[in-house]
Design a protein around this ligand. Structure first.
Ligand SMILES: Cc1cc2nc3c(=O)[nH]c(=O)nc-3n(C[C@H](O)[C@H](O)[C@H](O)COP(=O)(O)OP(=O)(O)OC[C@H]3O[C@@H](n4cnc5c(N)ncnc54)[C@H](O)[C@@H]3O)c2cc1C
Length: 482
């Protein structure tokens, strides 16, 4: 049973269908698309698709340049997003993204029961009974692809007067207004960027300094796409970016008063504004999962998960889509996974489908084998081009296992943490990694007698990992198992 028809639920349903796993998908929405049926508010994504790239559209390697298409097994359904873009930007518009998801659902024939809301969950023998607005479903395994789009506001006196990002009005209604935005993360900057041609004054405030992705050298921080208000602030153009806690919001008539305390010890500061918006984040719509025993963590209350996306506290409850951020992975160099966005979680869904097929339905298609002489070329090619490794750095890996009966077996794309922390036959997992110095380089994990050794290969200015040096270092790393 899958709950949700956003990109996460649809990707999982597609992959389960191809593995011939019987399942049902329900969704509260009337049509496919999930969150992208409404957001981003300013109607253009922050994840890109390059219509022209070094690899041909419709190939697996092209996916590295197309963050937005869902991933089929059949080449006919690959790279749908670039087909729908009009060339004005390499960030698809919201409507192009919605069409991309709807086209994938339609052309691949994914069947969803729309307009059906999950309302409750009870245990039912080994499985579960899901209450929905269209009656009860019984399921042995449930996957929640319910997104992370439920508005959340912190407890600040007067916050009840403040609309959330989700309630932002049409941009022209902010013409000439002073807008105070609570929050300084991506959605705050998306709004501020969109308000630049409308608002008279824009203030963004939260206690901690803004991080920029081009400074953290990762997806952490405000993305380059929305950095313009930051430049406006730095050059004194009128945007105010404050490190300050919000103590209270009060309203008299049409006017808001926001009382803040500066984080630099500079005391309190009062702002008057015509509009205040809380861009304070989102949560998953957990429903009664906490009562069922599902443990969540952090401010965002994302369910804590095993490397295979199962709740750590309730067996047979899994997650897909952006909720798979709850399977944190190794976070090497402090860099998180890309599971919060489509280009990351689309691969998690394929891994989960394979896990469900094998664990619950005994469906486990034979893995291909490799000749010993082909291993080096294959691994170096994967490290240079595999979209799964480039989009999910230090998180997903290509794994080869040494099988006594079959020889060298390609175990596919696996969570790196599972390979590194788990036990199993001798083998190797290769991943692409990055560090805060903006270096991207291959990492090789060799498992011999259940002891794993790590080998970091050099970076390369052209990101070419097929040089003689890489070949020599990989040969040395693989020596104990090859
Ligand atoms: C403002 C904003 C902007 C974003 N921009 C981008 C971007 O540009 N690129 C990108 O890759 N990612 C972006 N993201 C992240 C984005 O949310 C995810 O990549 C993606 O939409 C998540 O897909 P999903 O399927 O997990 O969830 P969603 O798309 O949120 O879909 C959730 C589904 O679950 C269903 N559902 C929820 N509760 C129930 C219930 N009780 N019963 C039945 N069905 C239910 C919903 O109806 C919906 O179909 C953004 C997120 C936000 C909040």
């Amino acid at each position: 049973m899958v709950v949700g028809s956003g990109p996460g639920g649809l990707q999982l349903s597609y992959s389960l269908t191809h593995l011939r796993v019987p399942h049902a998908v329900i969704s509260a929405d009337p049509a496919p698309g999930g969150m992208f049926r409404r957001w981003p508010f300013f109607q253009r994504l922050l994840s890109w698709t390059k219509p022209f790239a070094p690899f041909e559209r419709g190939t697996r390697f092209y996916e590295r340049y197309d963050w937005n298409s869902l991933i089929p097994d059949d080449d006919r359904h690959r790279a749908i997003q670039p087909r729908l873009m009009d060339g004005t930007s390499y960030f698809p518009s919201r409507i192009e993204m919605e069409q991309n998801i709807a086209t994938f659902a339609r052309e691949t024939g994914i069947r969803v029961r729309y307009g059906c809301r999950w309302t409750g969950t009870t245990r039912d023998g080994e499985g579960f009974r899901l209450r929905t607005t269209a009656g009860d479903y019984r399921a042995r395994v449930v996957v929640f692809a319910f997104g992370l789009a439920e508005p959340w506001k912190p407890e600040i006196p007067g916050i009840e007067h403040v609309p959330h990002y989700a309630d932002t009005r049409a941009p022209e209604t902010y013409a000439g207004k002073r807008v105070f935005i609570i929050g300084k993360e991506v959605s705050a900057f998306e709004l501020a960027n969109g308000f630049l041609p409308w608002a008279r004054q824009i203030v963004l405030a939260s206690p901690r300094p803004t991080q920029l992705s081009v400074v953290t050298n990762s997806l952490v921080g405000v993305r380059a796409r929305y950095v313009q208000p930051f430049e406006d602030h730095i050059l004194g153009g009128g945007v105010v970016i404050m490190n300050a806690s919000i103590d209270e919001v009060s309203r008299s008539g049409e006017l808001f008063r926001v009382k803040t305390t500066r984080s630099d010890g500079g005391g309190s500061l009062m702002f008057e504004a015509d509009d205040v918006i809380a861009t304070t984040g989102f949560q998953p719509p957990l429903g009664d999962l906490p009562e069922l025993g599902v443990v969540s963590s952090g401010r965002e209350k994302i369910p804590s998960q095993t490397p295979l996306f199962e709740s750590i506290s309730v067996r047979h409850v899994y997650f897909a889509g952006t909720a798979t951020r709850g399977a944190a992975g190794l976070k090497k160099n402090g860099i998180p996974s890309s599971s919060g966005a489509v280009h990351g979680h689309r691969y998690n869904a394929r891994i989960l489908a394979r896990h469900i097929a094998r664990t619950y339905f005994g469906i486990d298609p034979a893995r291909p084998t490799l000749k010993r002489d082909d291993v080096l070329d294959y691994l170096l090619s994967e490290l240079s081009r595999a979209p799964e490794l480039w989009h999910q750095k230090s998180y997903l890996a290509r794994s080869l296992l040494m099988d006594a009966a079959r020889g060298i077996v390609d175990d596919g794309i696996v969570p790196l943490q599972l390979f590194v922390d788990g036990e199993g036959p001798d083998g190797v997992a290769v991943a692409v990694e990055a560090n805060p110095k903006a270096e991207i380089y291959p990492a090789v994990y060799v498992r011999k007698n259940n002891v794993v050794s790590e080998h970091l290969l050099p970076t390369n200015p052209l990101l070419d990992f097929e040089t003689a040096e890489h070949r020599a270092q990989l040969t040395a790393a693989l020596a104990p198992i090859l």
